[in-house]
Every structure is written in structure tokens, then in C-alpha cells.
Design a protein around this ligand. Sequence first.
Ligand code: GLU
Length: 306
Amino acid sequence: MAAMEFQPLLEDIVATLRPQLGQAGHVADYIPALARVPAAQFGIALRTCDGQEAHAGDSTTPFSIQSISKLFTLTLGMRELGEALWERIGREPSGNPFNSLVQLESEHGIPRNPFINAGAIAVTDRLVSRMDAKARMLELLSSLCLEGVGFDEEVAASEAATGFRNIALANFMKSFGRLDNDVGTVLDVYFHHCALRMSCLQLARAAGFLCRDGVHPHVKEQILTERQARRVNALMLTCGTYDAAGEFAFRIGLPCKSGVGGGIVAVVPDRLTLCVWSPALEASGNSLLGMKALELFTARSGLSIF
Ligand code: GLU
């Protein structure tokens, strides 16, 4: 299928799901600024490896990307540190909620993987030691999606004011000697990365290097090596969707990374990247209609890594 051929499929998915908009699930309300987002929105966008695009619904509406940012924080960490990144972070699914403290204690402050909150905070700490990590994130994303990307300062402030668990996770890791920098400085960067505002179309473009063996979607530049890109996809499949990675593999069969803003990025290696967004979440924190949309997409297109 060429991208133009995907356009009717995406429109069909929007039409199929529209009657269900706002009917089930709940927007994330533990971050006050996210609790105000209207639930009845849905967007879908894709970009093929050779640069064709298709999109439908609210695909150009910016939303809070939240944990999808962990994908790009990890990318910056892998670029900067290579193998040394894994000294303080694991690669196993946690089997616990994304903000759980329990495992960190028994595992001496080493987070299970870079996609749970503790893991992303640990990667952020390594970045803070080496760069202006807020500026570098904006630079990376703006270059990948060919337009300016920014932080939603209201969401960042809202998270900083209420992120008691994240503050606890960071202090806990600090107590084990696993963070080099000041906890407040690291969390300020972490909250800003989570508070990035992007649309489905921008995210489908920005994650484009993941279906292209690590190559920048627009210029001849290696964002990650082929091996690193493959590893990010592997981590997305096993750890990218909170406690529902098994369910995602079973129902969808693609590496995915979701965020509590309701976005989900999915990769079909060597074919395309896809982003869906709908703010109402199911119990484990993934977008309810986003999951349904991905299931429809893979069923009707026949695309899957299995
Ligand atoms: N900023 C959110 C938090 O730290 C990210 C959660 C998510 O999207 O998984 O709680």
C-alpha cells in the first residue's frame, strides 16, 4: 500500500470510531492541566519510510505527548552515552504501574527500563550532566518534524506542583547514589519533556527514524545506528505501553509507545510510523480509542511484525 492508499483506511477508522468518542474511558486527571482536555477528540496520522503521509480526524491538533517523550529522551541518551547508558538502567518489563516505587527499593534504585517514570528520570539525569537537555530535545524534535515544537509551560508547572510520586522516585534513586545531579534540576527537565505539545502528524514524522533503521526522515543523517533503532523498537514492544504490553502484542502486534495524554506512536519497521491520539484512557493508562484504532489499522492493512 502506498501512503495515498492508506488515506481511505485512516478516514474509515475515524468514521468507525467517531460514534464511540467520549463514551468510555477517562482523561488523565492526576495532572490537573490534563484533566481539562475534552475527551471527544481523535486523530490518526502516518508517514511511510519513503516520506508519504496520510492523516485524518484531529491529526493536526497539538496535545501533551507525556510519556511518548521517553522515546526521544532515550534516543538522546543512546546517542550521547552509547552502551554506558545501561549502567544504571534495565531492559525488562516492570509488570508494575509506571510510577511504582516498590521495585526500585528491592532493585537498589536501578529502574527496570527507560520507559517507566523512574527510568526516564534516570536517563534525564545522564543528559543533564552533558547538555542543555531541554534545548537539545526541542532541537531534535524540530529537526525531525521540520517545524518548531514547544513545551506547554502550564502542563509542566502543573506536573511540578503535583508530581509527588515522581519527586519521591527521584529522591529514592538519589538516596541510592543513582542520580548525579540535583533532584529539582533533573525533574524540571523531565516534566518539560513530558509537557511537549505535538500533533499526531508531527509525531508520525518525528518517530520516522524508527522505521528507517535509525536514519533521519528528511536528511542523510543517522539519528541512531541501525542496531540502536532496532533496540528501541524492541523496548517499545516489551515495555512501551505500561502494563498492557502483552495485550498490545496480542491485539496489535507492533512496537508502540503511549502517553497519558492519550497519544500512541507505533512503528512498522521498514514501512511506516503511525500516531493515534484520543485523550480518554483505559485502566492501564493507554488511550482506549487509540488501541482500538491501531487494532483496526493492523487488521485491515495486514501489517504486523509477527
Ligand atoms: N508526566 C507523566 C508522569 O510523570 C507521564 C506519565 C505517562 O505519560 O506515562 O506521571
